[in-house]
Write a protein of this length. Structure first.
Length: 145
């Protein structure tokens, strides 16, 4: 299967019925990482959960629990893992400044790396010092590349 370079995010979710329409919920993390704006309109592609040999994915073969309250936080069954690891070095370009004055870089899938002491437009080599589900923190180890 070919994936477009315009792909902003990829997640698993259920289609639910709501009065006269069907709804696909976007995980909060996808909006918070900055690639999706809730006020914009997007094209949506649905991909079968069947493997290439035609067999259903094991996670879809089992019946899904239907009783979930609206107050429960829903998480995608296979949320993507952060694209970086603690101790990893990366070359990044600072795209923005955060509310606290730290540099903001984005890597795969729009994943945010906060880089204290960096300015917009700077290209720096960083070492990842902390990794969370929706962002990481990196320390500058080389000013420009």
């Amino acid at each position: 299967m070919e994936i477009s370079e315009k792909l902003l995010c990829l997640f698993s979710t259920e289609v639910s019925a709501e009065e006269d329409r069907y709804v696909i919920e976007v995980p909060r993390q996808e909006v918070e990482t900055g690639d999706i704006d809730p006020d914009e309109i997007y094209r949506v592609a649905l991909i079968s959960r069947e493997s290439e040999d035609g067999e259903a994915d094991a996670s879809t073969a089992q019946p899904q629990a239907q009783a979930q309250t609206q107050t429960q936080t829903q998480t995608a069954p296979s949320e993507p893992q952060p694209p970086v690891d603690v101790g990893e070095t990366r070359y990044v370009e600072i795209e923005d400044i955060g509310k606290q004055g730290d540099g903001i870089a984005r890597v795969e899938r729009g994943y945010v790396i906060i880089v204290p002491g960096a300015d917009v437009g700077e290209r720096v080599k960083i070492e990842v010092t902390e990794v969370k589900s929706n962002f990481a923190v990196g320390e500058i180890i080389e000013e420009t590349f």
